[in-house]
Design a protein around this ligand. Sequence first.
Ligand code: HEC
Ligand code: HEC
Length: 156
Amino acid sequence: MKKRRPVLLPALALLIALPAYADRYPVPKNAPYQEECASCHMAYPPQLLDANSWRAVMNGLPKHFGTDASVDEKHRVPIVDFLTRNAGGGKTGVTVDASGKPLLRISETARFVRKHRELSAATFKRASIKSPANCGACHTGAAEGDYNDDHVRIPK
Ligand code: HEC
Ligand code: HEC
């Protein structure tokens, strides 16, 4: 039995670390994504939308939430590839609207709604927050991909 200890201990450490991993979504490094998709808002974690939604977002950039976020094809193609490769799949919950169209917002996915159901619409509209899309307003570690509830500060 003694011989097994060095194997068991790291396995145990991993088990303890696992729950913390569920609230970490670090954005993998990708130059075109950072360049084109992190100027108006943070670079959202690709893991929080599924691949169909990312394709739909990337196919609608000229009409992107009331702004024009078009990028040239030289950048668009690698960004689509990056986003779909790192997409969240089924873990993001339902990612289509009532008519079956892919949702374009992380903040409308079933998982997001469930995780934020204790917050009222009025809270999200505060001047200090403005929108559910403004993750960093409440998640102080959002830039590092840290969404742990211990690091949430909801501004007044
Ligand atoms: C010209 C500014 C601009 C650029 C560039 C831009 N966006 Fe956006 N994006 C917006 C605005 C405005 C919203 C809506 C924010 C809100 O609802 O508060 C938004 C929202 C989003 C959302 C939904 C957030 C949510 O969950 O509610 C996603 C996803 C997104 N953008 C992805 C991208 C990607 C991918 C790129 C790069 C190809 C990009 N954006 C580039 C302006 C921009
Ligand atoms: C108004 C403040 C606010 C905004 C804006 C906000 N969140 Fe949150 N978020 C919270 C709070 C509070 C919780 C913890 C809920 C709980 O534990 O009951 C949370 C929980 C989460 C969790 C779950 C973490 C876990 O422990 O499993 C994720 C993931 C998350 N948020 C991602 C996002 C993303 C991505 C955005 C932006 C698209 C965002 N949030 C915007 C307040 C906010």
